[in-house]
Design a protein around this ligand. Structure first.
Ligand code: SF4
Length: 196
């Protein structure tokens, strides 16, 4: 088991993750109120636009069931200067995050973790299908155009990403928690692969 998990860590780093960690799946904190923010008083502009965002995704209730069937998870982070997150390069970074977790998920499945599932951040509609009018999964019930890359956002499942970072042994502080004017401040984006 240890060797398999370490291979997945190496896979994530070889694909471009700044770091990757093994955590207990039971350490993932899922909050209903975080998932509710997607359609809260300041709704996400991507709410309802893609199969991988609420209300289409299964949400916290189902995630907790999956969590109960999983012993270990892999977390990944990409560290970057805050200035990148406020630039045109943000989209490429978020696409890379999706691609990394999707590839590690597929590697985990090949290795025998056949029910593994990956989660990223940001809406796949915005990241992969911005040139399309609709998510074809939602409107036509046809397969995702980017199933090799696009994964659901952790937000729609209420996953507490700050807690995920701390469980991974990483700082949860982001540039927005420090001085916004400091464009060189460190920031990060994170993803998760639930192994099962
Ligand atoms: S078709 Fe596009 S918007 Fe729909 S789930 Fe796939 S990547 Fe996301």
């Amino acid at each position: 088991m240890k060797q398999k998990l370490e291979r997945l860590l190496r896979e994530a780093k070889s694909l471009g993750a700044s770091d990757s960690a093994i955590i207990s799946s039971k350490a993932i904190l899922v909050k209903d109120d975080l998932a509710a923010l997607c359609n809260g008083s300041h709704p996400c502009p991507n709410y309802g636009l893609a199969a991988s965002c609420p209300p289409t995704v299964e949400g916290p209730v189902e995630f907790r069931k999956w969590q109960m069937q999983s012993d270990y998870s892999i977390t990944v982070k990409i560290e970057l200067p805050a200035s990148v997150m406020f630039s045109d390069s943000r989209k490429g970074v978020m696409q890379l995050l999706h691609e990394i977790v999707a590839a590690v998920e597929q590697k985990a499945i090949e290795m025998g973790f056949g029910k593994s599932q990956a989660f990223a951040g940001g809406s796949c509609k915005e990241l992969f299908c911005s040139d399309q009018e609709n998510c074809c999964v939602v409107t036509e019930n046809t397969p995702c155009r980017h199933m090799e890359s696009a994964r659901p956002s952790m937000s729609g499942f209420g996953i507490d990403v700050s807690r995920l970072m701390i469980s991974s042994g990483w700082s949860a502080l982001k540039a927005k928690d420090t001085a916004l004017s400091d464009k060189d401040a460190a920031s990060w984006v994170a993803g998760l692969i639930l192994l099962a």
